[in-house]
Design a protein around this ligand. Structure first.
Ligand code: SGN
Ligand code: CA
Length: 536
């Protein structure tokens, strides 16, 4: 078993000197609320310096706690990220490599371990792992749309039953969270996973926020019109561009009510009919202006891309407003019941997202905007307010962190590391902390056409190898080129860095026991059979 943080001993010593009532107070382990949204990226959070929208309730978590600036997802897509979080293991170890996988629910997960350690556990909202949740005293997860769920009148799979709820998903998930807290076993600490669907595609805002950004013009990222010069085929062959991939109906919402109702096979019709009539009316009036503008037909080329970018931003960002409001509501509830400061509140997203950078939406690539996850944590009893951490952290670190705070043992086979030493030390990175985040993406061939790739991200550099039906390497100097526009792999001035990064990649793969079955991988290591054998 990995050793737990030595600071745990201090409160225990203090306890033996205190009265019985105090003793009861002090041995209390913290509650945990693990808030996760779907596809929320740091560019759209004011506490990360984003200038797109204000997120006051998320900012409160960061200001009263810690903000991690280098937290990375190890496989930037929903199901795999969630499986890594639950198990504290990489995709090749937990078996859920892409969204077509089914989670083997019999394996070890942190909610099961917390349950054993005396926690009451729950999950509300998005699950996306197909198999029935295990390790939860209460679960109510989105079903429908391949487990993505619906924004309006969503269906839930709740403790074995299927039910449809009236209302807007982000609000409903909060109601379910509060209901669980209200009815929980108050003799135990709790761990609740509060997982929003928003702001996932197709970005449908709450009724109260429909049209709110209609007259706002959002700043464009500097590389909205990226031509991928100096980079390879992976970036060129993707299918996630604002220009070509955003659809007129599902994404841009350019159908009138009459058109939607005429064609019942249309996907937009399906989600539209879930709205109450009054909301449909509001929707129509809000999108009418957009439809009219588009149908004038005078937008072409770059102007059309800019226009689509604005519509995408208006929908994506207004969908987030309800997320932030609901976080505020949940925190106020915790305050009312006197549990706010006894609760570790974590806010993150299953991965980052492109908001027009490189001309894209979606995620999957190991490029910064989506590899980087938001991670802010509030726990005034153990984290100094206003701290920031630049430590290289990964989503496989969440499970051991929760176990550490719950004073449960962290099993040896968990691959991540507890963040507690960082949290307790005002965000400072321990001397022996890891130097690289590992990444491996598998979902290809598939939607959005992003090639398989793996790599490492250190403080200063990023190395990526695209493989399978392609053989390409990329190396980025993250200090000189934070937008990853200039691939320096093979450039003589980076020869030394390249050598070191390849070596570190090999070591990292060995450490995490990732073996790529691809034949080209064997070729790559053919000069070193011993290494190949070991990696098996
Ligand atoms: C859906 C979306 C994709 C998205 C995946 C995975 N298409 O298939 O754009 O990449 O989910 O997202 S949609 O037409 O249904 O909107 S994930 O976050 O769940 O992994
Ligand atoms: Ca996602």
């Amino acid at each position: 078993m990995k050793s737990k943080s030595s600071q745990l001993l201090i409160p225990l010593v203090a306890l033996s000197l205190s009265s019985c009532t105090q003793k009861k107070e002090e041995v209390r382990r913290p509650n945990i609320i693990f808030m996760m949204t779907d596809d929320h990226t740091t560019q759209a959070m004011s506490c990360y310096g984003g200038n797109l929208i204000q997120t006051p309730n998320m900012d409160r978590i960061a200001n009263e706690g810690v903000r991690f600036d280098n937290c990375y997802v190890v496989n930037a897509i929903s199901g795999p990220s969630r499986a890594c979080i639950l198990t504290g293991k990489f995709s090749h170890e937990n078996g859920f490599t892409d969204n077509a996988s089914v989670f083997n629910g019999d394996q070890q997960t942190f909610p099961k371990l917390l349950q054993k350690a005396g926690y009451q556990t729950a999950i509300v909202g998005k699950w996306h792992l197909i198999s029935e949740p295990q390790g939860f005293d209460y679960w109510s997860i989105l079903s429908g749309q391949h487990e993505q769920g619906d924004y309006y009148s969503p269906d839930f799979w709740e403790m074995g039953d299927y039910i449809r709820e009236e209302g807007y998903a982000t609000d409903i998930i909060t109601e379910k969270a509060i209901n669980f807290l209200e009815n929980r076993d108050k003799s135990k600490p709790f761990c609740m996973m509060y997982h929003q669907k928003a702001p996932h595609r197709n970005w449908m805002p709450a009724p109260r926020h429909l049209g709110i950004f209609n007259d706002t013009v959002f700043p464009e990222p500097a590389n909205l019109f990226d031509d991928y010069e100096g980079r390879g085929q992976a970036a060129r062959q993707q299918d996630m561009s604002i220009e070509h991939t955003l659809t007129e109906d599902w994404d841009l919402k350019l159908l009138t009510r009459a058109e939607m109702l005429k064609d019942t096979t249309n996907r937009l019709y399906e989600v539209y009919k879930r709205m109450p009539l009054a909301v449909q009316d509001k929707w129509d009036s809000v999108y009418a202006k957009r439809i009219a503008e588009y149908r004038k037909g005078d937008l072409t080329g770059k102007a059309l891309i800019s226009w689509k970018y604005q519509q995408y931003m208006r929908d994506y960002l207004s969908t987030l407003l309800a997320v932030d409001e609901n976080i505020g509501q949940l925190m106020r509830y915790l305050e009312d019941i006197g549990e706010l400061d006894n609760t570790i509140i974590v806010y993150t997203s299953d991965q980052g997202f492109f908001l027009g950078e490189h001309g894209w939406f979606d995620k999957r690539f190991m490029y910064e905007e989506c590899q980087r996850m938001p991670l802010i944590i509030r726990y005034p009893k153990g984290i100094a307010a206003g701290s920031t951490s630049s430590a290289i952290t990964m989503n496989v670190d969440f499970a051991p962190t929760f176990l550490d705070y719950a004073e449960a043992e962290i099993p040896e086979d968990i691959q991540g590391s507890s963040l507690k030493p960082i949290l307790e030390n005002a965000g400072k990175t321990p001397k022996d902390w890891r130097k690289a985040a590992y990444y491996h993406y598998y979902e290809y061939p598939a939607e959005h056409n992003v090639k398989r790739h793996y790599g490492i991200r250190t403080k200063d550099h990023k190395l990526i190898r695209f493989y399978n039906d392609i053989e390409e390497w990329e190396l980025y100097d993250m200090k000189a080129d934070p937008r990853e526009m200039n691939n320096v792999f093979g450039k003589p001035e980076y020869a030394q860095v390249q050598k070191e990064m390849i070596e570190l990649l090999r070591q990292t793969q060995q450490q995490y026991k990732d073996f790529d079955p691809d034949e080209k991988e064997k070729e790559l290591f053919k000069g070193d059979r011993r290494l190949l054998e070991e990696r098996k």
